[in-house]
Design a protein around this ligand. Structure first.
Ligand SMILES: Nc1nc2c(ncn2[C@@H]2O[C@H](COP(=O)(O)OP(=O)(O)OP(=O)(O)O)[C@@H](O)[C@H]2O)c(=O)[nH]1
Ligand SMILES: [Mg+2]
Length: 458
């Protein structure tokens, strides 16, 4: 059967780096449909601003600002100063309040910074007002994260997903019009000498958004076909998830022959890579490495990366990889769980793995506190056999949803189904009783003769 046209070329699941990491920086003005941001030729100086709202912990804001500094660094700029404010609520016009904004302008002048980065998403109006007061560009955490993703996207699919997220972020921020998207219908009748450049730009971007959405839908259809084919093999699917830089790709490389790029930078991986993994008990599972998460991961990215993240939602088991040597592992675990909830993967069973046990005793201490977890080192290989055995145990203990038809004269079989499984539904039919049951694979063997074949079931 011919491969469906993905609309994005021939590598929907490719992890091939085409070497094009040309960069359109966040730290500049943008214009065209594909971004058209200016090339960055020097490292900008940045002032970071974080706000702690009433009832929230200032420590959390500090951790978030530490991370923002790391994000800014990854994006290619230097954080030279931090401003921290406690506020009851955010100011709808200027985020921090106009008095504080003046103070930030003075600080920015003193340290001679080019841009001020706020740790939460600014509304288009806040961004506009702040830039007027500050006299320099005001960006938010989302813009910085989008910028890093744009630098790291290497495959066609990755690039399309990032561009879509960028466009969704930029569209409401096009300057000069208060009109909302839905009001600008565009098309015949609206064009002409009276139309502003802004409207032309906006319409071009909307068209591009629709094109990218259509392309990504095709990739999704292709992915669905692949995952159906995998499911037919009855092999379980596990997904490596976790905070960015936790060591997910290093683990997949170590456990399989995957040759995924590993780097000491945030969001090194954007594309999903799936490899077969043979477990010590003889089972085969599919293991997928995918994009890392971070605190306040922009929702535009979560939506745009739907095709990549579906593999997480559909997995039988999540291997939640945590950097055991990190400063705030609990905070990163919470951030990962928030994203899992957002993508509908909150209910998928999870195996906690504390990585980097070669670096201090953090991983071991965390593992001792979390039942069923494992401390490993992707670098030294420590405890990887235990990890494989644990994945095997978890996979074996999973129940399987099965449909059976038990003949009327087999009361003994009916009794054992009820004893060993969880019966979800029963319906009488001509040949016997049709049951939907959750069964352990070990119980399934003896009932094999009564299983309705999925392929031939009506
Ligand atoms: N010391 C130590 N470093 C590790 C270990 N595992 C990974 N690293 C390092 O941590 C960094 C991130 O590793 P990756 O495997 O790229 O992490 P990731 O979770 O895939 O990160 P993203 O794809 O960016 O989300 C790299 O510099 C690795 O060399 C480990 O067990 N010990
Ligand atoms: Mg990775």
């Amino acid at each position: 059967m011919p491969e469906p046209d993905t609309g994005l070329g021939d590598e929907p699941e490719s992890d091939v780096d085409d070497g094009d990491r040309s960069h359109r920086g966040a730290f500049g003005e943008y214009g065209g449909a594909s971004g058209g941001l200016i090339e960055r030729t020097f490292r900008e100086r940045i002032v970071l601003v974080g706000v702690t709202r009433d009832g929230c912990d200032t420590g959390t804001t500090d951790a978030s600002l530490d991370e923002l500094a790391r994000l800014v660094d990854t994006a290619g700029a230097d954080a030279v100063e931090r401003v921290h404010q406690n506020r009851a609520s955010l100011d709808p016009a200027t985020f921090v309040g106009s008095g504080k904004a003046q103070e930030i302008r003075d600080i920015a002048e003193r340290v001679d910074c080019d841009t001020v980065v706020f740790d939460d998403e600014l509304t288009p109006a806040q961004q506009f007002n702040l830039e007027k007061i500050l006299g320099r560009s005001a960006l938010d955490r989302t813009a910085v994260i989008l910028d890093i993703f744009a630098q790291n996207a290497s495959t066609l699919e990755g690039k399309a997903q990032v561009e879509l997220a960028q466009l969704r972020y930029r569209l409401p921020r096009l300057r000069g019009s208060g009109r909302t998207l839905s009001q600008q219908g565009g098309g015949i009748g609206t064009r002409g000498p009276g139309e502003t450049q802004l409207e032309v730009d906006r319409r071009r971007l909307v068209r591009r958004v629709h094109k990218l959405e259509a392309d990504l839908r095709k990739v999704q259809a292709h992915r669905a076909t692949q995952s159906k084919a995998r499911r037919r093999t009855r092999n379980r699917a596990v997904a490596l998830v976790g905070y960015t830089n936790a060591g997910k790709s290093s683990l997949l490389n170590r456990l399989t022959d995957a040759d995924v790029l590993v780097e000491d930078r945030l969001f090194a991986t954007l594309d999903a890579t799936t490899r077969r993994l043979a477990l010590p008990g003889g089972e085969m599972v599919y293991a997928t490495d995918t994009v890392g998460f971070v605190r306040k991961l922009p929702h535009q990215l979560v939506t745009a990366f739907k095709t990549t993240l579906d593999v997480v939602r559909d997995a039988d088991l999540l291997i939640h990889v945590v950097d055991g040597s990190a400063a705030d592992p609990e905070g990163s675990i919470d951030a990962v769980r928030d994203v899992l909830e957002e993508i509908g993967a909150g209910e998928v069973p999870e195996l906690m793995v504390f990585n980097k046990s070669d670096r201090g005793d953090g991983a071991a201490r965390l593992a001792a506190r979390v039942e069923g977890s494992v401390a490993v080192s992707a670098h030294s290989g420590e405890n990887l056999e235990t990890l494989m055995a644990t994945i095997g145990d978890r996979v074996r203990s999973m129940t399987e949803l099965t449909e059976l038809v038990v003949p009327w004269d087999r009361g003994d079989v009916m009794a054992s189904v009820h004893r060993e499984g969880q019966v979800l539904s029963e319906a009488a039919e001509e040949g016997g009783m049709r049951l939907k049951v959750r069964l352990e694979p070990s119980s399934l063997g003896a009932l094999r003769d009564y299983v309705v074949d999925e392929e031939t079931a009506p």
